[in-house]
Design a protein. Structure first.
Length: 89
């Protein structure tokens, strides 16, 4: 699941969707290294469909900005099971 801010939806502007960048195909004798760059977002909405509201609503959500991956031949000396995630501020 990933999230985004929908500027056209005034009732529920933070939307979620199924992100297909996290589909994994397993290959024998290969390892997949994947890095997910995660961003924490803060939004303040001060508008409605027909009006401006000076005391807006604040919200936070997290989304995955980009994903990079590499495929390499697996060695019996490798012990990588899961990769790290980097958080972007």
């Amino acid at each position: 699941m990933n999230t985004f801010f929908d500027f056209d939806d005034y009732e529920q502007p933070i939307q979620t969707y199924l992100d297909d960048r996290f589909f994994y195909t397993l290959l024998p004798n290969f390892k997949l290294i994947k890095y997910a760059y995660i961003r924490r977002n803060e939004v303040e909405t001060q508008d409605g469909f027909f009006y401006f509201t000076p005391n807006g609503a604040e919200s936070e959500f997290v989304n995955i900005q980009r994903v990079s991956e590499s495929l390499a031949a697996y060695s019996s000396y490798d012990d990588v099971v899961f990769c790290k995630c980097a958080v972007i501020n």
